[in-house]
Design a protein around this ligand. Structure first.
Ligand code: HMG
Length: 404
Protein backbone atom coordinates (compact mmCIF):
# COMPACT_ATOMS: atom_id res chain seq x y z
CA UNK A 1 0.00 0.00 0.00
CA UNK A 2 1.34 3.50 -0.82
CA UNK A 3 1.18 5.51 2.38
CA UNK A 4 2.24 9.05 3.07
CA UNK A 5 1.22 12.64 3.73
CA UNK A 6 -2.10 13.42 2.11
CA UNK A 7 -2.25 17.08 3.17
CA UNK A 8 0.12 19.33 5.10
CA UNK A 9 -0.61 22.70 6.69
CA UNK A 10 1.66 25.02 8.67
CA UNK A 11 0.85 27.85 11.05
CA UNK A 12 3.10 30.31 12.89
CA UNK A 13 2.13 33.12 15.27
CA UNK A 14 1.77 36.48 13.57
CA UNK A 15 4.26 38.39 15.76
CA UNK A 16 7.92 38.34 14.68
CA UNK A 17 11.16 39.94 15.79
CA UNK A 18 13.60 40.92 13.00
CA UNK A 19 17.04 39.55 13.89
CA UNK A 20 18.96 42.77 13.05
CA UNK A 21 16.98 44.46 15.86
CA UNK A 22 17.99 41.69 18.28
CA UNK A 23 21.62 41.98 17.14
CA UNK A 24 21.57 45.74 17.84
CA UNK A 25 20.12 45.20 21.31
CA UNK A 26 22.74 42.55 22.16
CA UNK A 27 25.66 44.52 20.70
CA UNK A 28 26.60 41.96 18.03
CA UNK A 29 27.08 42.51 14.29
CA UNK A 30 23.76 41.86 12.48
CA UNK A 31 25.67 39.71 9.94
CA UNK A 32 26.52 37.24 12.70
CA UNK A 33 22.81 36.38 12.90
CA UNK A 34 21.69 36.97 9.30
CA UNK A 35 24.73 35.40 7.61
CA UNK A 36 26.49 33.46 10.38
CA UNK A 37 23.27 31.71 11.45
CA UNK A 38 21.19 32.55 8.37
CA UNK A 39 18.12 33.74 10.34
CA UNK A 40 16.17 36.84 9.26
CA UNK A 41 13.39 36.89 11.87
CA UNK A 42 11.88 34.73 14.57
CA UNK A 43 8.21 34.16 15.37
CA UNK A 44 7.08 35.32 18.81
CA UNK A 45 3.95 34.02 20.55
CA UNK A 46 1.46 36.60 21.86
CA UNK A 47 -0.02 36.02 25.33
CA UNK A 48 -3.22 34.53 23.86
CA UNK A 49 -1.41 31.71 22.05
CA UNK A 50 0.32 28.59 23.32
CA UNK A 51 1.32 25.25 21.86
CA UNK A 52 -2.32 24.07 21.92
CA UNK A 53 -3.66 27.00 19.87
CA UNK A 54 -0.77 26.64 17.41
CA UNK A 55 -1.40 22.90 17.02
CA UNK A 56 -5.19 23.24 16.80
CA UNK A 57 -5.04 26.04 14.22
CA UNK A 58 -2.71 23.99 11.99
CA UNK A 59 -4.83 20.84 12.51
CA UNK A 60 -8.17 22.49 11.71
CA UNK A 61 -6.80 24.20 8.59
CA UNK A 62 -5.17 20.95 7.42
CA UNK A 63 -8.45 19.03 7.66
CA UNK A 64 -10.38 21.84 5.93
CA UNK A 65 -7.80 22.04 3.12
CA UNK A 66 -8.13 18.27 2.62
CA UNK A 67 -11.94 18.38 2.79
CA UNK A 68 -11.84 15.65 5.43
CA UNK A 69 -14.43 15.20 8.19
CA UNK A 70 -12.55 15.40 11.54
CA UNK A 71 -14.72 12.55 12.83
CA UNK A 72 -13.11 10.18 10.30
CA UNK A 73 -9.69 10.48 12.01
CA UNK A 74 -8.73 7.27 13.87
CA UNK A 75 -5.38 8.36 15.32
CA UNK A 76 -4.33 11.80 16.52
CA UNK A 77 -0.72 12.22 17.66
CA UNK A 78 0.74 15.55 18.72
CA UNK A 79 4.53 15.74 18.92
CA UNK A 80 5.89 18.50 21.13
CA UNK A 81 8.55 19.34 23.67
CA UNK A 82 6.45 22.26 24.93
CA UNK A 83 3.86 20.13 26.78
CA UNK A 84 1.35 22.02 28.95
CA UNK A 85 0.73 19.33 31.57
CA UNK A 86 2.65 16.29 32.88
CA UNK A 87 -0.37 14.01 32.31
CA UNK A 88 -2.86 15.65 29.94
CA UNK A 89 -1.62 15.60 26.35
CA UNK A 90 -1.78 18.61 24.03
CA UNK A 91 -3.60 16.30 21.59
CA UNK A 92 -6.73 15.98 23.72
CA UNK A 93 -7.27 19.76 23.61
CA UNK A 94 -6.73 19.65 19.83
CA UNK A 95 -9.16 16.72 19.61
CA UNK A 96 -11.92 18.83 21.14
CA UNK A 97 -11.10 22.12 19.40
CA UNK A 98 -11.08 20.67 15.88
CA UNK A 99 -13.99 18.26 16.44
CA UNK A 100 -12.33 14.84 16.11
CA UNK A 101 -14.76 12.06 17.16
CA UNK A 102 -14.55 9.74 20.18
CA UNK A 103 -13.40 6.68 18.15
CA UNK A 104 -9.82 7.91 18.02
CA UNK A 105 -6.50 7.11 19.71
CA UNK A 106 -5.06 10.37 21.06
CA UNK A 107 -1.63 10.81 22.61
CA UNK A 108 1.50 12.95 22.75
CA UNK A 109 5.04 11.92 21.78
CA UNK A 110 8.35 13.43 22.80
CA UNK A 111 11.90 13.13 21.68
CA UNK A 112 13.05 16.75 21.30
CA UNK A 113 12.81 17.84 17.63
CA UNK A 114 12.67 14.22 16.45
CA UNK A 115 9.17 13.85 17.96
CA UNK A 116 7.40 15.00 14.78
CA UNK A 117 9.11 12.29 12.75
CA UNK A 118 8.47 9.66 15.43
CA UNK A 119 4.77 10.55 15.22
CA UNK A 120 4.73 10.58 11.42
CA UNK A 121 6.44 7.17 11.14
CA UNK A 122 4.12 5.68 13.77
CA UNK A 123 1.09 7.02 11.92
CA UNK A 124 2.33 5.68 8.57
CA UNK A 125 2.87 2.22 10.12
CA UNK A 126 -0.61 2.38 11.65
CA UNK A 127 -2.13 3.12 8.24
CA UNK A 128 -0.07 0.30 6.59
CA UNK A 129 -1.07 -2.16 9.33
CA UNK A 130 -4.70 -2.09 8.27
CA UNK A 131 -4.74 -2.96 4.60
CA UNK A 132 -8.35 -4.15 4.64
CA UNK A 133 -9.83 -0.80 5.56
CA UNK A 134 -8.31 2.54 4.56
CA UNK A 135 -7.87 4.75 7.61
CA UNK A 136 -6.41 8.18 8.25
CA UNK A 137 -4.26 9.64 11.01
CA UNK A 138 -3.64 13.27 11.94
CA UNK A 139 -0.11 14.12 13.09
CA UNK A 140 0.69 17.55 14.50
CA UNK A 141 4.18 18.81 15.31
CA UNK A 142 4.06 22.00 17.41
CA UNK A 143 6.50 23.90 19.60
CA UNK A 144 7.54 27.18 21.10
CA UNK A 145 11.37 27.28 21.08
CA UNK A 146 12.67 29.22 24.10
CA UNK A 147 16.20 30.02 25.25
CA UNK A 148 17.28 32.45 27.97
CA UNK A 149 17.44 36.15 27.09
CA UNK A 150 21.01 37.08 26.16
CA UNK A 151 22.14 33.44 25.73
CA UNK A 152 23.81 32.20 22.48
CA UNK A 153 20.63 30.24 21.69
CA UNK A 154 18.41 33.36 21.91
CA UNK A 155 18.51 34.19 18.15
CA UNK A 156 17.45 30.61 17.35
CA UNK A 157 14.01 30.83 18.96
CA UNK A 158 10.73 30.61 17.06
CA UNK A 159 7.26 29.06 17.25
CA UNK A 160 4.95 27.20 14.94
CA UNK A 161 3.03 24.05 14.11
CA UNK A 162 2.56 21.74 11.15
CA UNK A 163 -0.35 19.33 10.77
CA UNK A 164 -0.15 16.35 8.45
CA UNK A 165 -2.95 14.08 7.37
CA UNK A 166 -1.48 10.61 6.89
CA UNK A 167 -3.22 8.01 4.75
CA UNK A 168 -3.18 5.80 1.66
CA UNK A 169 -2.81 7.32 -1.83
CA UNK A 170 -1.31 10.58 -0.54
CA UNK A 171 -1.27 13.86 -2.49
CA UNK A 172 1.71 15.56 -0.75
CA UNK A 173 4.40 12.88 -0.24
CA UNK A 174 4.66 9.09 -0.64
CA UNK A 175 6.82 7.86 2.26
CA UNK A 176 9.38 5.13 1.52
CA UNK A 177 9.02 2.25 4.01
CA UNK A 178 12.74 2.01 4.72
CA UNK A 179 14.92 4.66 6.33
CA UNK A 180 18.16 5.03 8.29
CA UNK A 181 18.13 5.83 12.01
CA UNK A 182 20.71 6.73 14.64
CA UNK A 183 20.33 7.11 18.42
CA UNK A 184 22.73 7.85 21.31
CA UNK A 185 22.37 9.25 24.84
CA UNK A 186 24.00 12.70 24.71
CA UNK A 187 23.55 15.92 26.72
CA UNK A 188 23.55 18.45 23.89
CA UNK A 189 20.20 20.15 24.54
CA UNK A 190 17.68 19.42 27.28
CA UNK A 191 15.06 21.06 29.49
CA UNK A 192 14.75 19.82 33.10
CA UNK A 193 11.14 19.54 34.32
CA UNK A 194 11.22 22.77 36.35
CA UNK A 195 12.59 25.01 33.56
CA UNK A 196 10.80 26.97 30.83
CA UNK A 197 13.90 27.62 28.73
CA UNK A 198 16.13 24.95 27.22
CA UNK A 199 19.70 24.32 28.37
CA UNK A 200 22.11 23.73 25.54
CA UNK A 201 25.75 22.95 24.91
CA UNK A 202 25.59 24.79 21.58
CA UNK A 203 28.84 23.80 19.86
CA UNK A 204 28.53 20.19 21.09
CA UNK A 205 24.92 20.07 19.81
CA UNK A 206 26.20 20.85 16.29
CA UNK A 207 28.68 17.96 16.53
CA UNK A 208 25.95 15.62 17.81
CA UNK A 209 23.66 16.67 14.94
CA UNK A 210 26.39 16.01 12.35
CA UNK A 211 27.37 12.64 13.91
CA UNK A 212 23.74 11.54 13.94
CA UNK A 213 23.34 12.71 10.35
CA UNK A 214 26.31 10.56 9.31
CA UNK A 215 24.94 7.53 11.18
CA UNK A 216 21.41 7.83 9.79
CA UNK A 217 22.54 8.62 6.24
CA UNK A 218 24.99 5.71 6.11
CA UNK A 219 22.34 3.27 7.24
CA UNK A 220 19.84 4.66 4.68
CA UNK A 221 22.44 4.49 1.90
CA UNK A 222 23.32 0.89 2.82
CA UNK A 223 19.72 -0.07 2.04
CA UNK A 224 19.97 1.61 -1.38
CA UNK A 225 23.47 0.36 -2.21
CA UNK A 226 22.25 -2.56 -4.38
CA UNK A 227 20.41 -0.21 -6.77
CA UNK A 228 23.00 2.60 -6.99
CA UNK A 229 25.02 2.69 -10.21
CA UNK A 230 28.83 2.56 -9.98
CA UNK A 231 30.06 5.94 -8.68
CA UNK A 232 26.51 7.23 -8.10
CA UNK A 233 25.87 8.94 -4.77
CA UNK A 234 22.52 8.63 -3.00
CA UNK A 235 22.16 12.42 -3.11
CA UNK A 236 22.24 12.24 -6.93
CA UNK A 237 18.82 10.61 -6.73
CA UNK A 238 17.17 13.53 -4.94
CA UNK A 239 15.57 16.65 -6.39
CA UNK A 240 15.72 18.36 -2.97
CA UNK A 241 17.07 17.56 0.50
CA UNK A 242 15.37 18.95 3.62
CA UNK A 243 17.01 19.12 7.03
CA UNK A 244 15.84 19.79 10.56
CA UNK A 245 16.72 23.48 10.68
CA UNK A 246 17.40 25.08 14.10
CA UNK A 247 18.93 27.88 11.98
CA UNK A 248 19.56 27.78 8.20
CA UNK A 249 23.37 27.66 8.52
CA UNK A 250 22.92 24.28 10.26
CA UNK A 251 21.33 22.92 7.07
CA UNK A 252 24.33 24.21 5.11
CA UNK A 253 26.77 22.50 7.50
CA UNK A 254 24.72 19.31 7.26
CA UNK A 255 24.62 19.39 3.48
CA UNK A 256 28.37 19.80 3.20
CA UNK A 257 28.83 16.82 5.53
CA UNK A 258 26.44 14.69 3.43
CA UNK A 259 28.19 15.59 0.18
CA UNK A 260 31.51 14.57 1.73
CA UNK A 261 30.04 11.30 2.96
CA UNK A 262 28.44 10.58 -0.38
CA UNK A 263 31.29 11.64 -2.69
CA UNK A 264 34.38 11.75 -0.41
CA UNK A 265 35.54 15.26 -1.46
CA UNK A 266 33.75 18.37 -2.70
CA UNK A 267 35.06 21.74 -3.80
CA UNK A 268 33.49 24.94 -2.47
CA UNK A 269 31.97 25.56 -5.90
CA UNK A 270 30.41 22.07 -5.98
CA UNK A 271 29.02 22.57 -2.48
CA UNK A 272 27.56 26.01 -3.36
CA UNK A 273 25.88 24.69 -6.51
CA UNK A 274 24.44 21.65 -4.77
CA UNK A 275 23.26 23.70 -1.75
CA UNK A 276 21.57 26.27 -4.00
CA UNK A 277 19.72 23.63 -5.98
CA UNK A 278 18.89 20.99 -3.36
CA UNK A 279 18.63 22.78 -0.01
CA UNK A 280 18.05 26.56 -0.27
CA UNK A 281 14.53 26.34 -1.78
CA UNK A 282 13.24 24.60 1.37
CA UNK A 283 14.66 27.18 3.78
CA UNK A 284 12.79 30.37 2.91
CA UNK A 285 10.07 29.79 5.54
CA UNK A 286 12.26 28.73 8.46
CA UNK A 287 14.67 31.64 7.86
CA UNK A 288 11.79 33.98 8.80
CA UNK A 289 10.06 31.85 11.45
CA UNK A 290 13.04 30.46 13.39
CA UNK A 291 13.41 27.12 15.12
CA UNK A 292 10.11 25.35 15.73
CA UNK A 293 11.69 22.15 17.11
CA UNK A 294 9.38 19.25 16.10
CA UNK A 295 7.81 21.28 13.29
CA UNK A 296 11.01 22.61 11.72
CA UNK A 297 11.62 19.90 9.10
CA UNK A 298 7.94 19.93 8.17
CA UNK A 299 7.85 23.71 7.72
CA UNK A 300 10.61 23.10 5.15
CA UNK A 301 8.42 20.46 3.49
CA UNK A 302 5.37 22.75 3.52
CA UNK A 303 7.49 25.55 2.02
CA UNK A 304 8.72 23.30 -0.77
CA UNK A 305 5.26 22.00 -1.60
CA UNK A 306 3.72 25.48 -1.58
CA UNK A 307 6.35 26.84 -3.97
CA UNK A 308 7.33 23.90 -6.15
CA UNK A 309 4.81 21.05 -5.97
CA UNK A 310 4.04 21.13 -9.68
CA UNK A 311 7.69 21.26 -10.77
CA UNK A 312 8.70 18.47 -8.39
CA UNK A 313 5.84 16.06 -9.15
CA UNK A 314 7.22 12.54 -9.60
CA UNK A 315 10.62 13.50 -8.08
CA UNK A 316 12.20 11.97 -4.99
CA UNK A 317 13.40 14.01 -2.00
CA UNK A 318 15.55 13.22 1.05
CA UNK A 319 14.60 14.34 4.58
CA UNK A 320 16.71 14.44 7.73
CA UNK A 321 15.17 14.69 11.17
CA UNK A 322 17.28 15.31 14.29
CA UNK A 323 16.18 15.46 17.91
CA UNK A 324 18.66 16.31 20.62
CA UNK A 325 19.31 13.73 23.20
CA UNK A 326 19.47 12.16 20.55
CA UNK A 327 17.58 10.33 17.84
CA UNK A 328 17.78 10.99 14.10
CA UNK A 329 16.29 9.57 10.91
CA UNK A 330 17.17 9.97 7.25
CA UNK A 331 14.18 9.03 5.12
CA UNK A 332 12.97 9.58 1.60
CA UNK A 333 9.75 10.27 -0.21
CA UNK A 334 8.35 10.91 -3.66
CA UNK A 335 6.15 13.85 -4.52
CA UNK A 336 3.03 12.47 -6.22
CA UNK A 337 1.61 13.87 -9.45
CA UNK A 338 -1.46 14.99 -7.45
CA UNK A 339 0.69 17.39 -5.41
CA UNK A 340 -0.06 20.06 -7.99
CA UNK A 341 -3.63 20.20 -6.59
CA UNK A 342 -2.57 20.66 -2.95
CA UNK A 343 -3.00 24.43 -2.84
CA UNK A 344 -1.55 26.70 -0.15
CA UNK A 345 0.19 24.99 2.78
CA UNK A 346 0.05 27.92 5.20
CA UNK A 347 3.65 29.18 5.10
CA UNK A 348 3.03 32.09 2.74
CA UNK A 349 -0.12 33.05 4.65
CA UNK A 350 1.76 33.04 7.98
CA UNK A 351 4.50 35.24 6.54
CA UNK A 352 2.25 37.75 4.80
CA UNK A 353 0.00 38.28 7.85
CA UNK A 354 2.81 38.94 10.27
CA UNK A 355 3.39 41.99 12.42
CA UNK A 356 6.92 42.97 13.50
CA UNK A 357 7.59 43.71 17.17
CA UNK A 358 10.47 45.56 18.82
CA UNK A 359 12.92 44.10 21.32
CA UNK A 360 11.21 45.44 24.51
CA UNK A 361 7.87 43.92 23.36
CA UNK A 362 9.53 40.58 22.58
CA UNK A 363 11.32 40.54 25.96
CA UNK A 364 8.08 41.33 27.80
CA UNK A 365 6.22 38.53 25.99
CA UNK A 366 9.04 36.06 26.68
CA UNK A 367 9.27 36.98 30.37
CA UNK A 368 5.48 36.85 30.87
CA UNK A 369 5.18 33.51 29.06
CA UNK A 370 1.94 32.41 27.47
CA UNK A 371 -0.43 33.56 30.20
CA UNK A 372 -3.55 33.66 28.15
CA UNK A 373 -5.35 36.80 27.11
CA UNK A 374 -7.53 38.62 24.63
CA UNK A 375 -6.68 38.32 20.92
CA UNK A 376 -5.90 41.49 18.94
CA UNK A 377 -8.53 42.56 16.36
CA UNK A 378 -6.32 41.31 13.49
CA UNK A 379 -5.51 37.97 15.20
CA UNK A 380 -4.38 35.40 12.63
CA UNK A 381 -5.09 32.19 14.58
CA UNK A 382 -8.32 30.20 14.90
CA UNK A 383 -8.15 29.51 18.66
CA UNK A 384 -7.33 31.56 21.72
CA UNK A 385 -5.79 30.58 25.04
CA UNK A 386 -7.73 32.58 27.63
CA UNK A 387 -5.78 31.58 30.73
CA UNK A 388 -5.81 29.11 33.61
CA UNK A 389 -8.77 28.96 36.01
CA UNK A 390 -9.01 26.44 38.84
CA UNK A 391 -5.91 24.70 37.44
CA UNK A 392 -7.69 24.18 34.09
CA UNK A 393 -6.63 25.64 30.78
CA UNK A 394 -9.38 27.55 28.98
CA UNK A 395 -9.54 27.75 25.18
CA UNK A 396 -12.06 29.37 22.83
CA UNK A 397 -12.65 30.01 19.15
CA UNK A 398 -11.02 33.29 18.15
CA UNK A 399 -14.00 34.24 15.96
CA UNK A 400 -16.42 33.95 18.91
CA UNK A 401 -14.15 35.87 21.28
CA UNK A 402 -13.66 38.67 18.75
CA UNK A 403 -17.40 38.85 17.99
CA UNK A 404 -18.41 39.05 21.69
P1 HMG B 1 27.46 31.43 19.05
O1 HMG B 1 28.48 30.64 19.77
O2 HMG B 1 27.04 32.72 19.66
O3 HMG B 1 27.88 31.75 17.57
O4 HMG B 1 26.17 30.55 18.88
P2 HMG B 1 29.27 31.51 16.81
O5 HMG B 1 30.32 32.31 17.45
O6 HMG B 1 29.51 30.03 16.64
O7 HMG B 1 28.89 32.17 15.41
C1 HMG B 1 27.89 31.60 14.62
C2 HMG B 1 28.33 31.73 13.17
O8 HMG B 1 28.35 33.11 12.81
C3 HMG B 1 29.74 31.19 12.90
O9 HMG B 1 29.69 30.57 11.63
C4 HMG B 1 30.59 32.47 12.85
O10 HMG B 1 31.76 32.33 12.09
C5 HMG B 1 29.60 33.42 12.21
P3 HMG B 1 30.35 29.11 11.41
O11 HMG B 1 31.79 29.24 11.79
O12 HMG B 1 29.61 28.19 12.37
O13 HMG B 1 30.09 28.80 9.99
N1 HMG B 1 29.88 34.86 12.44
C6 HMG B 1 29.74 35.81 11.51
N2 HMG B 1 29.34 35.74 10.21
C7 HMG B 1 29.28 36.92 9.51
N3 HMG B 1 29.58 38.13 10.05
C8 HMG B 1 29.96 38.24 11.33
C9 HMG B 1 30.06 37.05 12.13
N4 HMG B 1 30.38 36.78 13.41
C10 HMG B 1 30.28 35.44 13.59
N5 HMG B 1 30.24 39.44 11.85
C11 HMG B 1 25.07 28.47 18.41
C12 HMG B 1 25.88 29.64 17.85
C13 HMG B 1 24.50 27.64 17.27
C14 HMG B 1 25.99 27.59 19.26
C15 HMG B 1 23.93 29.03 19.30
O14 HMG B 1 23.06 29.81 18.51
C16 HMG B 1 23.12 27.97 20.01
O15 HMG B 1 23.50 27.47 21.08
N6 HMG B 1 21.93 27.60 19.44
C17 HMG B 1 21.04 26.61 20.03
C18 HMG B 1 21.51 25.18 19.78
C19 HMG B 1 21.32 24.74 18.34
O16 HMG B 1 20.53 25.28 17.60
N7 HMG B 1 22.04 23.65 17.95
C20 HMG B 1 21.92 23.11 16.62
C21 HMG B 1 22.12 21.59 16.56
S1 HMG B 1 21.13 20.73 17.78
C22 HMG B 1 19.51 20.76 17.12
O17 HMG B 1 19.30 21.10 15.99
C23 HMG B 1 18.40 20.35 18.03
C24 HMG B 1 17.54 21.49 18.54
O18 HMG B 1 16.69 21.94 17.50
C25 HMG B 1 16.72 21.05 19.77
C26 HMG B 1 15.85 19.80 19.68
O19 HMG B 1 16.22 18.76 19.15
O20 HMG B 1 14.75 19.86 20.28
C27 HMG B 1 18.37 22.68 19.00
Amino acid sequence: MSVGIDQIYAYAPQLALPLPALAAARGVAPEKLTLGLGVEAMAVTPACEDVVTLAATAAGRCLRAAGVDPRSIGLLVVATETGVDHAKPVGIFVHELVGVGPQCRVYEVKHACYGGTAALMTAADWVRANRAQARRALVVAADVARYAIGSPGEPTQGAGAVAMLVGPTPRALFLAEESGVHAANVYDFWRPLDRREALVDGKFSIECYLDALAGAFRSCRALERPVLEDGEGLLDRFARVLYHTPFPKMAAKAHRRLLELDRRSVTDAEFEASYRELVAPGLTGVARIGNTYTASLYICLATLLENEARALAGRRIGLFSYGSGCCAEFFTGTIPAGAATLGPTGVRDALTRRRLVDVPTYERLLRDGERGGEPPADFSGDFVFQGIRNDRRIYARAREVLAA
